[in-house]
Design a protein around this ligand. Structure first.
Ligand code: CMP
Length: 158
């Protein structure tokens, strides 16, 4: 199976990721949050924070797709648990736009472990644990571009 990064490299043909995506990030509302009915509240908080939705879909990952998306964590002890969880129910995937999108979105969602997340952040409000932590946010412009391309074709974004 192709790696996420190789597919993205072929697609971008060496284009500069930073220039291409610096105002965009990628997010998923994870199965814990969709199944607890938090999708609307989380989207509302994202939009009120100034992010514009450029692409969005409600879908469910197969185990193979979840494994590919998180392949960077393949050697980590929690990889199997992460893949099983991310394919356990529906998710909402979205590309978001805002100035300084990656950093601002990570601030909005809070620390990976909700126990360490600041008051008012999405993970503090809606996440139960480090594994079931309600939302994903890209950690760099390069990964935002790769992750957005994993879910959306050119026709599905604007
Ligand atoms: P996310 O931002 O989606 O990126 C990688 C994910 O791995 C992270 O959120 C967590 O949900 C998950 N993760 C990180 N550390 C652990 C852990 N110790 N146990 C289970 N899952 C983890």
């Amino acid at each position: 199976m192709f790696s996420l990064k190789r597919v993205a490299n072929a697609y971008f043909c060496g284009r500069n990721f930073t220039n291409y995506m610096s105002n965009r990030t990628f997010t998923m509302i994870k199965p814990d949050a969709t199944q607890k009915g938090y999708t609307g509240a989380i989207l509302d908080q994202i939009i009120k924070a100034g992010f514009t939705v450029k692409a969005m879909k409600w879908t469910r990952l197969t185990e193979a797709q979840a494994g590919l998306f998180y392949e960077v964590h393949k050697e980590r002890p929690f990889y199997g648990e992460l893949v099983a969880f991310m394919s356990s129910g529906p998710i909402v995937a979205a590309i978001l736009e805002k100035e300084n999108a990656v950093a601002d979105f990570r601030k909005l969602i809070g620390a990976t472990n909700p126990a360490q997340a600041e008051e008012g952040t999405i993970r503090k409000l809606y996440a139960a644990s480090v594994g079931e932590n309600a939302v994903h946010g890209s950690d760099s412009d390069e990964n935002a571009a790769i992750e957005g391309d994993f879910f959306f074709s050119k026709l599905e974004r604007f």
